[in-house]
Design a binder for this molecule. Structure first.
Ligand code: NAP
Length: 338
Protein backbone atom coordinates (compact mmCIF):
# COMPACT_ATOMS: atom_id res chain seq x y z
CA UNK A 1 0.00 0.00 0.00
CA UNK A 2 1.25 3.51 -0.84
CA UNK A 3 2.57 5.48 2.14
CA UNK A 4 0.22 8.27 3.24
CA UNK A 5 1.39 11.81 2.75
CA UNK A 6 2.20 13.75 5.89
CA UNK A 7 1.04 17.32 6.41
CA UNK A 8 2.20 19.56 9.25
CA UNK A 9 0.09 22.62 10.12
CA UNK A 10 1.12 25.50 12.36
CA UNK A 11 -1.91 27.22 13.87
CA UNK A 12 -3.78 23.91 13.56
CA UNK A 13 -6.31 24.83 16.26
CA UNK A 14 -7.35 28.04 14.48
CA UNK A 15 -10.27 28.43 12.07
CA UNK A 16 -8.43 27.40 8.89
CA UNK A 17 -6.12 24.88 10.60
CA UNK A 18 -9.09 22.88 11.84
CA UNK A 19 -10.93 22.80 8.48
CA UNK A 20 -7.69 22.03 6.64
CA UNK A 21 -7.01 19.12 9.04
CA UNK A 22 -10.45 17.67 8.31
CA UNK A 23 -9.90 18.03 4.55
CA UNK A 24 -6.48 16.36 4.68
CA UNK A 25 -7.63 13.53 6.97
CA UNK A 26 -10.43 12.85 4.47
CA UNK A 27 -7.81 12.67 1.72
CA UNK A 28 -5.87 10.03 3.70
CA UNK A 29 -3.07 12.28 4.97
CA UNK A 30 -1.37 11.85 8.32
CA UNK A 31 -1.79 15.22 9.98
CA UNK A 32 0.35 16.85 12.64
CA UNK A 33 0.38 20.36 13.96
CA UNK A 34 1.86 22.92 16.28
CA UNK A 35 -0.22 24.60 18.96
CA UNK A 36 0.53 26.95 21.80
CA UNK A 37 0.02 25.44 25.23
CA UNK A 38 -2.64 27.28 27.22
CA UNK A 39 -3.20 27.20 30.96
CA UNK A 40 -6.51 25.36 30.78
CA UNK A 41 -5.41 22.79 28.19
CA UNK A 42 -8.16 23.61 25.70
CA UNK A 43 -7.71 22.53 22.09
CA UNK A 44 -10.31 24.87 20.59
CA UNK A 45 -11.40 23.94 17.08
CA UNK A 46 -9.56 20.59 17.00
CA UNK A 47 -11.06 18.95 20.10
CA UNK A 48 -13.23 16.68 17.90
CA UNK A 49 -10.25 15.36 15.86
CA UNK A 50 -7.57 15.29 18.55
CA UNK A 51 -7.30 11.47 18.39
CA UNK A 52 -6.73 11.54 14.62
CA UNK A 53 -3.87 14.05 14.53
CA UNK A 54 -0.46 14.39 16.16
CA UNK A 55 -0.19 17.48 18.32
CA UNK A 56 3.10 19.20 19.10
CA UNK A 57 3.17 21.95 21.70
CA UNK A 58 5.36 24.85 20.63
CA UNK A 59 5.45 28.43 19.52
CA UNK A 60 6.41 30.21 16.33
CA UNK A 61 8.74 32.33 18.46
CA UNK A 62 10.65 29.20 19.48
CA UNK A 63 12.56 27.88 16.45
CA UNK A 64 13.60 24.92 18.58
CA UNK A 65 9.99 23.82 19.09
CA UNK A 66 9.41 24.00 15.32
CA UNK A 67 12.62 22.04 14.65
CA UNK A 68 11.75 19.29 17.16
CA UNK A 69 8.29 18.84 15.67
CA UNK A 70 9.63 18.70 12.09
CA UNK A 71 12.39 16.26 13.06
CA UNK A 72 9.84 13.92 14.59
CA UNK A 73 6.97 14.29 12.08
CA UNK A 74 9.00 14.61 8.83
CA UNK A 75 6.19 16.16 6.77
CA UNK A 76 5.86 16.21 2.97
CA UNK A 77 3.76 19.38 3.17
CA UNK A 78 3.90 22.25 5.68
CA UNK A 79 1.09 24.78 6.04
CA UNK A 80 2.20 27.84 8.00
CA UNK A 81 -1.11 29.18 9.27
CA UNK A 82 -0.07 30.37 12.74
CA UNK A 83 -0.22 34.12 13.28
CA UNK A 84 -1.80 36.80 15.40
CA UNK A 85 -4.50 37.11 12.81
CA UNK A 86 -6.42 40.24 13.84
CA UNK A 87 -5.42 43.42 11.95
CA UNK A 88 -7.33 45.52 14.54
CA UNK A 89 -5.58 43.90 17.53
CA UNK A 90 -2.16 44.22 15.87
CA UNK A 91 -2.15 47.95 16.64
CA UNK A 92 -2.10 47.22 20.37
CA UNK A 93 0.81 44.74 20.19
CA UNK A 94 2.95 45.67 17.22
CA UNK A 95 6.04 43.82 18.44
CA UNK A 96 4.21 40.51 18.93
CA UNK A 97 2.77 40.87 15.42
CA UNK A 98 6.18 41.34 13.89
CA UNK A 99 7.85 38.59 15.94
CA UNK A 100 5.12 35.94 15.50
CA UNK A 101 3.46 36.69 12.17
CA UNK A 102 6.62 37.94 10.44
CA UNK A 103 9.78 36.50 12.00
CA UNK A 104 7.91 33.36 13.13
CA UNK A 105 7.13 32.51 9.51
CA UNK A 106 10.81 32.88 8.63
CA UNK A 107 11.65 30.44 11.46
CA UNK A 108 9.29 27.93 9.83
CA UNK A 109 10.88 28.40 6.37
CA UNK A 110 14.43 28.09 7.71
CA UNK A 111 13.79 25.05 9.91
CA UNK A 112 11.95 23.37 7.04
CA UNK A 113 14.92 24.06 4.74
CA UNK A 114 17.34 22.44 7.20
CA UNK A 115 15.26 19.49 8.33
CA UNK A 116 12.87 18.58 5.48
CA UNK A 117 14.30 20.37 2.42
CA UNK A 118 12.02 18.48 0.02
CA UNK A 119 8.84 19.49 1.85
CA UNK A 120 6.48 21.88 0.08
CA UNK A 121 5.62 24.92 2.21
CA UNK A 122 2.41 26.97 2.13
CA UNK A 123 2.53 30.50 3.56
CA UNK A 124 -0.74 32.12 4.66
CA UNK A 125 -0.46 35.54 3.04
CA UNK A 126 -3.34 37.99 3.16
CA UNK A 127 -5.28 40.58 1.17
CA UNK A 128 -4.49 42.96 4.05
CA UNK A 129 -1.05 43.34 2.40
CA UNK A 130 -2.82 45.43 -0.29
CA UNK A 131 -3.78 47.91 2.45
CA UNK A 132 -5.18 50.93 0.69
CA UNK A 133 -4.94 49.39 -2.77
CA UNK A 134 -3.85 51.18 -5.88
CA UNK A 135 -6.24 49.11 -8.00
CA UNK A 136 -9.60 47.39 -7.57
CA UNK A 137 -9.95 44.42 -7.81
CA UNK A 138 -6.55 43.18 -6.62
CA UNK A 139 -4.61 40.35 -8.24
CA UNK A 140 -1.13 38.80 -7.92
CA UNK A 141 0.44 41.83 -9.65
CA UNK A 142 -1.14 44.50 -7.42
CA UNK A 143 1.52 46.34 -5.35
CA UNK A 144 1.41 45.86 -1.58
CA UNK A 145 0.84 48.84 0.69
CA UNK A 146 0.12 47.46 4.17
CA UNK A 147 -1.80 49.74 6.53
CA UNK A 148 -1.54 47.86 9.85
CA UNK A 149 1.21 46.02 11.78
CA UNK A 150 -0.36 42.63 10.96
CA UNK A 151 -0.19 43.33 7.23
CA UNK A 152 3.37 44.67 7.49
CA UNK A 153 4.44 41.45 9.25
CA UNK A 154 2.64 39.34 6.64
CA UNK A 155 4.33 41.28 3.85
CA UNK A 156 7.72 40.54 5.42
CA UNK A 157 6.88 36.81 5.59
CA UNK A 158 5.58 36.89 2.02
CA UNK A 159 8.75 38.52 0.72
CA UNK A 160 10.95 36.01 2.61
CA UNK A 161 8.90 33.19 1.04
CA UNK A 162 9.57 34.61 -2.44
CA UNK A 163 13.29 35.04 -1.62
CA UNK A 164 13.43 31.40 -0.41
CA UNK A 165 11.84 30.32 -3.69
CA UNK A 166 14.36 32.29 -5.78
CA UNK A 167 17.45 31.13 -3.84
CA UNK A 168 19.89 29.96 -6.54
CA UNK A 169 21.83 27.62 -4.24
CA UNK A 170 18.96 25.90 -2.46
CA UNK A 171 15.59 26.94 -3.91
CA UNK A 172 12.73 26.13 -1.59
CA UNK A 173 9.17 25.26 -2.60
CA UNK A 174 7.25 27.97 -0.76
CA UNK A 175 3.90 29.01 -2.21
CA UNK A 176 1.80 31.86 -0.89
CA UNK A 177 -1.96 31.99 -0.88
CA UNK A 178 -3.02 35.64 -0.79
CA UNK A 179 -6.39 34.96 0.79
CA UNK A 180 -9.14 37.52 1.10
CA UNK A 181 -11.33 37.47 4.21
CA UNK A 182 -12.91 34.12 4.93
CA UNK A 183 -15.22 33.34 7.78
CA UNK A 184 -17.10 30.47 9.41
CA UNK A 185 -18.63 29.49 12.75
CA UNK A 186 -15.02 28.83 13.85
CA UNK A 187 -13.96 32.44 13.30
CA UNK A 188 -12.70 34.16 16.46
CA UNK A 189 -15.26 36.30 18.30
CA UNK A 190 -12.98 39.32 17.99
CA UNK A 191 -13.63 39.53 14.23
CA UNK A 192 -16.48 41.70 12.98
CA UNK A 193 -18.43 38.97 11.16
CA UNK A 194 -18.50 36.58 14.11
CA UNK A 195 -19.15 39.44 16.52
CA UNK A 196 -22.24 40.28 14.46
CA UNK A 197 -23.56 36.71 14.22
CA UNK A 198 -22.93 36.00 17.92
CA UNK A 199 -24.59 39.32 18.79
CA UNK A 200 -27.62 38.58 16.60
CA UNK A 201 -27.96 35.18 18.29
CA UNK A 202 -27.76 36.66 21.81
CA UNK A 203 -30.38 39.33 20.91
CA UNK A 204 -32.74 36.86 19.22
CA UNK A 205 -32.41 34.39 22.11
CA UNK A 206 -32.90 37.22 24.63
CA UNK A 207 -29.73 36.08 26.36
CA UNK A 208 -28.89 37.85 29.60
CA UNK A 209 -25.89 35.89 30.88
CA UNK A 210 -22.86 34.26 29.26
CA UNK A 211 -22.70 36.84 26.47
CA UNK A 212 -19.29 36.54 24.74
CA UNK A 213 -16.79 39.42 24.83
CA UNK A 214 -15.85 41.63 21.89
CA UNK A 215 -12.39 42.70 20.70
CA UNK A 216 -11.97 45.24 23.52
CA UNK A 217 -13.19 42.89 26.25
CA UNK A 218 -16.77 44.18 26.64
CA UNK A 219 -19.91 42.02 26.22
CA UNK A 220 -20.81 41.90 22.52
CA UNK A 221 -24.37 42.95 23.38
CA UNK A 222 -24.84 45.80 25.85
CA UNK A 223 -28.28 47.29 26.57
CA UNK A 224 -29.63 45.25 23.69
CA UNK A 225 -27.20 46.77 21.14
CA UNK A 226 -24.06 45.70 19.28
CA UNK A 227 -21.30 48.31 18.91
CA UNK A 228 -19.58 48.32 15.52
CA UNK A 229 -16.92 50.46 13.83
CA UNK A 230 -17.20 51.57 10.22
CA UNK A 231 -20.34 50.15 8.62
CA UNK A 232 -19.13 51.28 5.19
CA UNK A 233 -15.90 49.22 5.33
CA UNK A 234 -15.87 46.95 2.28
CA UNK A 235 -14.60 43.37 2.17
CA UNK A 236 -14.62 40.30 -0.04
CA UNK A 237 -15.92 37.56 2.27
CA UNK A 238 -15.69 33.83 1.54
CA UNK A 239 -16.19 30.62 3.50
CA UNK A 240 -13.17 29.04 5.20
CA UNK A 241 -13.83 25.39 4.16
CA UNK A 242 -13.80 26.53 0.50
CA UNK A 243 -10.53 28.40 1.06
CA UNK A 244 -8.60 25.56 2.73
CA UNK A 245 -9.29 23.51 -0.38
CA UNK A 246 -7.42 26.18 -2.35
CA UNK A 247 -4.48 25.89 0.09
CA UNK A 248 -4.23 22.18 -0.61
CA UNK A 249 -4.50 22.71 -4.37
CA UNK A 250 -1.71 25.30 -4.20
CA UNK A 251 0.68 22.71 -2.74
CA UNK A 252 -0.24 20.10 -5.39
CA UNK A 253 1.31 22.28 -8.13
CA UNK A 254 4.68 21.41 -9.65
CA UNK A 255 6.01 24.93 -9.21
CA UNK A 256 5.79 27.25 -6.23
CA UNK A 257 3.89 30.47 -6.90
CA UNK A 258 1.53 33.09 -5.46
CA UNK A 259 -2.25 32.84 -5.81
CA UNK A 260 -5.01 35.30 -4.96
CA UNK A 261 -7.98 33.45 -3.45
CA UNK A 262 -11.23 35.43 -3.27
CA UNK A 263 -14.89 35.47 -4.25
CA UNK A 264 -14.59 38.66 -6.32
CA UNK A 265 -17.76 39.98 -4.63
CA UNK A 266 -17.58 43.00 -2.38
CA UNK A 267 -19.94 43.78 0.52
CA UNK A 268 -20.01 46.37 3.27
CA UNK A 269 -20.17 45.61 6.98
CA UNK A 270 -23.70 47.06 6.78
CA UNK A 271 -24.63 44.42 4.17
CA UNK A 272 -23.40 41.72 6.56
CA UNK A 273 -25.34 43.20 9.49
CA UNK A 274 -28.56 43.57 7.46
CA UNK A 275 -28.34 39.99 6.22
CA UNK A 276 -27.57 38.58 9.67
CA UNK A 277 -30.53 40.34 11.34
CA UNK A 278 -32.82 39.48 8.39
CA UNK A 279 -31.99 35.79 8.98
CA UNK A 280 -33.78 36.02 12.34
CA UNK A 281 -36.50 38.40 11.13
CA UNK A 282 -35.21 41.55 12.87
CA UNK A 283 -34.45 45.07 11.59
CA UNK A 284 -30.75 45.73 12.22
CA UNK A 285 -31.24 49.49 12.69
CA UNK A 286 -32.85 48.89 16.09
CA UNK A 287 -29.88 46.90 17.42
CA UNK A 288 -26.66 48.41 16.05
CA UNK A 289 -24.76 51.51 17.17
CA UNK A 290 -21.49 52.79 15.77
CA UNK A 291 -18.56 53.55 18.04
CA UNK A 292 -15.23 55.00 16.90
CA UNK A 293 -13.37 52.72 19.38
CA UNK A 294 -13.92 49.94 16.86
CA UNK A 295 -12.50 51.83 13.89
CA UNK A 296 -8.82 50.94 13.37
CA UNK A 297 -6.29 53.82 13.51
CA UNK A 298 -5.54 53.28 9.82
CA UNK A 299 -8.27 51.89 7.57
CA UNK A 300 -7.73 49.45 4.72
CA UNK A 301 -9.74 48.77 1.62
CA UNK A 302 -11.65 48.49 -0.54
CA UNK A 303 -10.44 44.89 -0.70
CA UNK A 304 -11.88 42.92 -3.60
CA UNK A 305 -9.97 39.99 -5.07
CA UNK A 306 -9.54 38.83 -8.62
CA UNK A 307 -8.96 35.06 -8.36
CA UNK A 308 -8.97 34.39 -12.10
CA UNK A 309 -5.40 33.01 -12.02
CA UNK A 310 -6.35 30.48 -9.30
CA UNK A 311 -9.48 29.54 -11.24
CA UNK A 312 -7.38 28.85 -14.33
CA UNK A 313 -4.37 27.11 -12.78
CA UNK A 314 -5.88 25.43 -9.70
CA UNK A 315 -9.38 24.88 -11.08
CA UNK A 316 -10.60 26.43 -7.84
CA UNK A 317 -13.84 28.35 -7.33
CA UNK A 318 -15.59 29.47 -4.16
CA UNK A 319 -18.75 27.40 -3.63
CA UNK A 320 -20.48 29.31 -0.84
CA UNK A 321 -22.31 32.55 -1.60
CA UNK A 322 -22.31 35.57 0.72
CA UNK A 323 -25.93 35.14 1.91
CA UNK A 324 -25.37 31.44 2.64
CA UNK A 325 -22.19 32.22 4.59
CA UNK A 326 -24.09 34.66 6.82
CA UNK A 327 -26.89 32.13 7.38
CA UNK A 328 -24.44 29.32 8.28
CA UNK A 329 -22.82 31.54 10.91
CA UNK A 330 -26.07 32.90 12.37
CA UNK A 331 -27.65 29.43 12.66
CA UNK A 332 -24.55 28.06 14.37
CA UNK A 333 -24.52 30.92 16.87
CA UNK A 334 -28.28 30.67 17.55
CA UNK A 335 -27.61 27.16 18.87
CA UNK A 336 -24.35 28.05 20.64
CA UNK A 337 -25.65 31.13 22.46
CA UNK A 338 -29.08 29.83 23.35
P1 NAP B 1 -6.85 32.02 13.51
O1 NAP B 1 -8.17 31.32 13.70
O2 NAP B 1 -6.58 33.24 14.32
O3 NAP B 1 -5.70 30.96 13.73
C1 NAP B 1 -4.37 31.34 13.95
C2 NAP B 1 -3.70 30.29 14.80
O4 NAP B 1 -2.34 30.69 15.03
C3 NAP B 1 -4.36 30.10 16.16
O5 NAP B 1 -4.56 28.74 16.38
C4 NAP B 1 -3.30 30.65 17.12
O6 NAP B 1 -3.26 29.99 18.36
C5 NAP B 1 -2.04 30.36 16.36
N1 NAP B 1 -0.92 31.14 16.90
C6 NAP B 1 -0.92 32.46 17.21
N2 NAP B 1 0.28 32.80 17.70
C7 NAP B 1 1.04 31.69 17.69
C8 NAP B 1 2.37 31.41 18.09
N3 NAP B 1 3.17 32.37 18.61
N4 NAP B 1 2.85 30.16 17.95
C9 NAP B 1 2.06 29.19 17.46
N5 NAP B 1 0.78 29.38 17.07
C10 NAP B 1 0.29 30.63 17.19
O7 NAP B 1 -6.67 32.46 11.98
P2 NAP B 1 -7.32 31.80 10.67
O8 NAP B 1 -8.51 32.60 10.29
O9 NAP B 1 -7.41 30.35 10.84
O10 NAP B 1 -6.21 32.15 9.59
C11 NAP B 1 -5.14 31.24 9.29
C12 NAP B 1 -3.97 32.02 8.71
O11 NAP B 1 -4.39 32.67 7.52
C13 NAP B 1 -3.44 33.11 9.64
O12 NAP B 1 -2.05 33.20 9.44
C14 NAP B 1 -4.13 34.36 9.13
O13 NAP B 1 -3.37 35.50 9.44
C15 NAP B 1 -4.16 34.07 7.64
N6 NAP B 1 -5.26 34.69 6.92
C16 NAP B 1 -6.54 34.63 7.39
C17 NAP B 1 -7.55 35.22 6.68
C18 NAP B 1 -8.98 35.14 7.16
O14 NAP B 1 -9.80 35.93 6.68
N7 NAP B 1 -9.33 34.23 8.05
C19 NAP B 1 -7.27 35.89 5.47
C20 NAP B 1 -5.96 35.90 5.01
C21 NAP B 1 -4.95 35.30 5.73
P3 NAP B 1 -3.96 30.59 19.67
O15 NAP B 1 -5.36 30.04 19.62
O16 NAP B 1 -3.12 30.07 20.76
O17 NAP B 1 -3.93 32.08 19.56
Amino acid sequence: MAKSKRAFITGISGQDGSYLSELLLNKGYEVGGLIRRNAIGELGNIEHIKDDIKIYFGDLQSPESIALALLDFKPDEIYNLASLSSPFASFSDKFASIMITGVGALHVFERAKQIVPEAKVYQASTSEMFGVPKQVPQNEATPFSPANPYAAAKEFAHRMAVIGRLDRKQPQFISCGILFNHESPRRGLNFVTRKITAGVACIKNNKKEGIPLNEIGEPIVQNGKIKLGDLNAERDWGYSPDYVEAMWKILQQRQANDFVIATGEIHTVEDFVREAFATVGLDWKEYVVTDSNFVPPVQTGPLQGDASYAKKVLDWEPKTKFKDLVKIMVHYDLAKFS
